[in-house]
Design a protein around this ligand. Structure first.
Ligand SMILES: NC(=O)c1ccc[n+]([C@@H]2O[C@H](COP(=O)([O-])OP(=O)(O)OC[C@H]3O[C@@H](n4cnc5c(N)ncnc54)[C@H](O)[C@@H]3O)[C@@H](O)[C@H]2O)c1
Length: 421
């Protein structure tokens, strides 16, 4: 029997919608067919419309036009944080199955509205908590599940955002200000919160959190610093300089030139001339001490799960390299998961230490340790009903509630907040 081919519409044809998932969906011609696109940026619509072979009359710049009717079996929602809930609700009403980017929302009542809409209209939902599909994170889960460290007692997680990633995304970029994006604990850490509840195998009972924006503020600018890096006397000495982050990276760091973060500043093909122009006039050329940012640069969060497992999470901008490190403490041993080396180390109390080098075992060297690839494969299984997905709307709402309550706690100076009041 021929394989069923699902038609796909994409709203938000940006880094995630086009580059992370769109290309894979487009290449999987035996499973998917992209038939409609919507993006407010006509140049992206035109570029990916041509690349994905979507007819001009099925490319929309106006979401109201796009949502006038159901245009495919599946809607991939990869717009910005504040759009997801609106787009999901419209998609439910039209009867789409949905693959949606995170965070879903930073409001409890909107979490409830999403669950109610799914109950009413019944669409399948896959939320893009991609790490749950990455071999590295699955390996740790398998060990815990198989009792390799006995009974899990505590988890200590650190999310090393990395200084240049912070300045790009959370100081100059799209996730810098809670007026237009979710707070850091959701925008960046909703993956971590989702992983923690998955590993704990329990709902979170209570949470407390402290964190601040301490560094990327005008009072920390070096004396005489200019508003824009290209005009600044510290252009070649400040580690956060836009010149280092983009021009130097373009020339000297063996960075494939059409990839993140350079392709966020300018459309491919990336050239030095286009980058200089973007730095002269656009948001990414601004001094990190003179931006309109308000999201935190470090945050500590503590959690107690209903089954008694405890967890702590540190998010920090101030690291030389990025990547998560999660240590699991059980009654019979420890597991250390290290994203940077793509390895999981099992330290049983009664045995030799074992190291699992995931990159050597699996096809994991892609976005999010392979998560971006494996989630698209999982999507097909969800649509055909062959298997359930782990990152359901219900599971995702639980971790969003953790983030919402953590932010509430942070704003109250670290007060303990119960998730289900
Ligand atoms: N799952 C993950 O690991 C992961 C990683 C990075 C980002 N994200 C999330 O994915 C989402 C998209 O991020 P991105 O980096 O692709 O951003 P992006 O800016 O590259 O892409 C968003 C696209 O949406 C378009 N858009 C904005 N408003 C629209 C509207 N009303 N109608 C139609 N199109 C609209 C923009 O023009 C842009 O092309 C964000 O919410 C982000 O937090 C998830």
């Amino acid at each position: 029997m021929d394989k069923k081919i699902f038609t796909v519409a994409i709203i938000g044809v940006g880094a995630r919608g086009a580059n992370a998932y769109g290309w894979q969906i487009n290449d999987a011609t035996d499973r998917f067919d992209i038939v409609a696109l919507c993006d407010i940026r006509p140049e992206r619509l035109d570029m990916f419309g041509k690349k994905f072979n979507v007819p001009e009359d099925a490319r929309f710049t106006d979401e109201n036009e796009f949502f006038k009717e159901k245009r495919a079996d599946l809607l991939l929602i990869a717009t910005q944080d504040k759009d997801h809930v609106r787009h999901c609700l419209k998609a439910f009403e039209l009867g789409y199955d949905i693959m949606t980017e995170k965070p879903l929302t930073d409001k409890r009542e909107e979490c409830e509205a999403l669950l109610a809409a799914q109950k009413k209209y019944g669409g399948k939902v896959l939320v893009c908590h991609v790490l749950r599909y990455a071999p590295l994170f699955l390996k740790a889960e398998e060990m815990i599940e198989n009792g390799r460290i006995g009974k899990l007692v505590a988890i200590n997680a650190i999310e090393r955002v990395q200084f240049a990633h912070q300045s790009h995304s959370y100081v100059r970029g799209n996730w810098r200000n809670t007026n237009s994006s979710a707070p850091m604990i959701l925008a960046k850490c909703c993956h971590d919160l989702d992983l923690l509840q998955w590993y704990a195998k329990s709902k979170c009972k209570s949470i407390s959190s402290v964190g601040d924006l301490v560094y990327f503020k005008p009072e920390n600018a070096p004396e005489g610093a200019a508003e824009r890096c290209l005009d600044c006397q510290y252009e070649r000495t400040c580690p956060y300089s836009a010149w280092f982050s983009y021009i130097h990276r373009f020339h000297y760091e063996n960075q494939p030139q059409d990839t993140w973060p350079l392709n966020v500043l300018v459309n491919a093909p990336v050239t030095e001339e286009k980058l200089y122009e973007a730095l002269k006039t656009g948001p990414y050329g601004r001094c990190v001490f003179h931006c309109d940012n308000n999201v935190v640069d470090h945050q500590f969060t503590q959690m107690t799960f209903e089954n008694g497992v405890k967890a702590s999470l540190l998010m920090t901008a101030f690291t030389q390299a990025g990547g998560r490190r999660i240590t699991f403490h059980g009654t019979q041993g420890e597991i250390v998961l290290e994203e940077q080396s793509d390895s999981v180390v099992l330290k049983r109390f009664d045995d030799e230490t074992e190291t699992f080098n995931i990159a050597a075992l699996e096809e994991s060297g892609y976005g999010h340790g392979g998560g971006d690839i494996f989630i698209v494969r999982k999507l097909y299984e969800m649509l055909t009903g062959k298997s359930d997905v782990a990152t359901t709307l219900e599971a995702s709402v639980e971790s969003h509630l953790m983030g919402i309550c953590a932010e509430e706690s942070r704003l109250k100076g670290g007060e303990l907040v119960y998730i289900h009041k």
